[in-house]
Design a protein. Structure first.
Length: 246
């Protein structure tokens, strides 16, 4: 890895230690430290990022809490997990089942909900009339306390009244659907693009400026092919990879 100084931005609203943690995490994912199996010493990282060792130590402690690195006396900071979370996109795509045992803790949070009229585009996707009521959920999902996705999801309101309460109580789309009467649903399409994170992404997903995110636009139907959910979800590209399965 290049040992020259790496710039971090000191007045962008994102703590220096978090920016450094993101850079180290990305370097681990890229295999930059594979030759040694550990990250460089604190004094080396401090020089690279132009910060004091306390700031570097805070970044490494955060990565240790995620289970990515482990500090061992006399050996330095060892890399525990190099791989991105693998998220399969299948006929029955489910967050918790997809992450599986790759994370010890999984959590779904409801940030906001609202009922609103469907736009022309949304109405076409959900097979309802333009202006028909839809329920919009803003959700955040975490794995091992680290944000891994931020979603905006819409449901036909007439069919799924109360789904916002069901999701808030369960933290699961699958369980929320069951609570309002839908036992199964199928993924019929997924579009994936990569873009730079905007200001909201930086805050919600705890990213540094310049970070890349993967954006999925997904449509789910009931077993009869009737659309039940349209979702736009944003994932940190350095944390998640997708596997498309038939």
């Amino acid at each position: 890895m290049d040992t020259g100084q790496i710039n971090v931005q000191r007045q962008n609203g994102v703590a220096l230690w978090r920016q450094i943690a993101d850079r180290i995490r990305a370097s681990i994912a890229n295999g930059d430290y594979d030759a040694t199996g550990k990250v460089p010493p604190e004094f080396t990282l401090a020089a690279q990022f132009g910060v004091n060792r306390h700031t570097v130590r805070s970044a490494l402690q955060a990565l240790a809490q995620e289970g990515i690195v482990r500090s061992v006396q006399g050996r330095g900071t060892l890399i525990e997990r190099k791989e991105r979370l693998n998220f399969p996109i299948t006929k029955r795509t489910r967050f918790s089942e997809g992450i599986g045992d790759q994370a010890r803790e999984k959590e779904g949070l409801l940030l906001h909900s609202a009922e609103e009229p469907a736009s022309a585009d949304l109405a076409a996707r959900l097979g309802i009339g333009e202006g028909a009521p839809v329920i919009r959920l803003e959700t955040l999902r975490k794995a091992d306390r680290r944000p891994v996705s931020r979603s905006t999801t819409w449901f036909p309101a007439e069919r799924f009244a109360g789904i916002e309460t069901a999701y808030r109580d369960s933290g699961s789309i699958t369980l929320a659907f069951r609570a309002v009467g839908l036992a199964d649903y199928l993924r019929v399409s997924t579009e994936v693009t990569a873009i730079h994170a905007d200001g909201a992404d930086l805050a919600d997903l705890q990213l540094s400026p310049g970070a890349i995110i993967l954006v999925t636009k997904a449509l789910n139907t009931d077993p009869d092919g009737v659309p039940v959910q349209y979702a736009v979800t944003r994932f940190p590209a350095d944390m998640v990879q997708f596997t498309i399965e038939n």
